[in-house]
Design a protein around this ligand. Structure first.
Ligand SMILES: [Fe+2]
Ligand SMILES: [Fe+2]
Length: 372
């Protein structure tokens, strides 16, 4: 296992150095499951198969992002979703599920469906890469983080940590602003300022977190906003990367998966507005405000304003447009990696993990659309 980690750190080096180093990395295995034939062919140093180097890199970054999404959604589903043959694992937490249901009676179903969707994104993108003879992504050796100890969670190694989150809730005001756009350098107020500082659990860490009522509700509220934070990220990531895709089938993949992230985001954007205003009795710094009352309320906070407000796009000289934001393509993959890291999702991960995530993001951001 030690050797595997060591070789994975050097993935970028082996890609550049070609066959010899690549062979060594294959022995290490794990991260990039490479078919042996890919190494036999001269000129296949990038392991892109019949895809362009850029397309393969973009799809690999997206596969990694989807694997990470699946891992976090799986943890939510085990405790607060519906455990069935489509999304197996865990046995549910009655009190956490009930607290989530305060946001919407169908929360468990939505959590289940979002989890299943991410799993299919991950499996499909990797299968497509493999079908083109390109390297796929496998993060199994990084499934090392602890599970929740609350009743209902499986005790297995995880890729992501949902128990120390710092949740950026600025998407709430970003999509309600009619005059600002992050692609113009604008910044946005937080809907729940205290979620964006400190570290907060979005699932119960142990059964002690199930009481009192307002504490487990604070955890469910945190999850409710985190759902939106995650899915608005996917909503921006796909159109951002689509601009540098070359192959029509790869473009079709990113244009067909991306909007499902937007469907998730739209749902969560609606449900987060139902988070009950409260102060966490076990952490008085965590306050969920009434978003419909001063100093909140109005166009930027009112909870029924869940559709994107038209805003500036491309040029201030053009008319306002209802759009996904941001969608700038430069550095989009690294931006996504940094965004996930900053929310604390990977607290406890090894340096090899971060190195690989950076490598995958750098390669995706190096991709250029080829014409003709
Ligand atoms: Fe996804
Ligand atoms: Fe997603």
């Amino acid at each position: 296992m030690k050797n595997q980690l060591k070789t994975s750190i050097n993935r970028r080096t082996f890609v550049k150095n070609g066959l010899t180093a690549a062979g060594a990395a294959t022995v290490g295995g794990g991260l990039l499951a490479t078919s042996s034939s890919a190494f036999a062919k001269k000129g296949s140093e990038e392991h892109s198969g019949r895809l362009t180097k850029g397309d393969a890199a973009i799809l690999r970054f997206l596969a990694a992002a989807e694997i990470l999404e699946t891992d976090l959604w799986q943890q939510y589903n085990e405790l607060g979703g519906i455990q069935d043959s489509e999304v197996p694992g865990g046995s549910g937490s009655v009190l956490y599920t009930a607290a989530l249901a305060v946001l919407d009676a169908d929360m468990a179903q939505y959590i289940h469906d979002n989890t299943e969707d991410e799993l299919t994104h991950e499996v499909f993108i990797n299968a497509f890469l493999a079908s083109k003879g390109a390297d796929t992504v496998n993060l199994d050796e990084f499934r090392t983080l602890a599970s929740s100890k609350a009743t209902g969670a499986q005790q297995i190694g995880r890729l992501t940590n949902l128990m120390q989150l710092t949740v950026d809730t600025s998407w709430w005001t970003r999509y309600r602003s009619g005059s600002k756009n992050p692609d113009f350098g604008d910044s946005f107020d937080q809907a729940v300022p205290s979620l964006n500082v400190g570290q907060h659990p979005a699932i119960p860490k142990t059964d002690d977190d199930l009481t009192p009522d307002d504490h487990i509700q604070a955890i469910a509220n945190t999850a409710g906003f985190h759902f939106g934070t995650i899915e608005q990220g996917g909503t921006s990531l796909y159109p951002s990367l689509a601009q540098r895709v070359t192959d029509p089938d790869v473009l079709r993949i990113v244009l067909s998966i991306g909007p499902t992230e937007a469907m998730h985001f739209q749902t969560w954007s609606d449900k987060a507005g139902n988070a009950r205003p409260l102060t966490d009795p076990k952490d008085s710094s965590l306050v969920f405000p009434d978003l419909n009352s001063p100093p909140f309320g109005g166009e930027e906070f009112q909870t029924n304003l869940i559709m994107p407000e038209p805003t500036i796009f491309l040029s201030r000289k053009l008319p306002a447009c209802s759009i996904v934001r941001p969608t700038a393509t430069k550095g989009a993959a690294m931006g996504a990696a940094n965004f996930l890291t900053a929310m604390g999702l990977f607290i406890g991960q090894s340096s090899a993990f971060f190195e690989l995530l950076r490598d995958l993001a750098e390669d995706a951001d190096d991709a250029k659309r080829r014409s003709g």
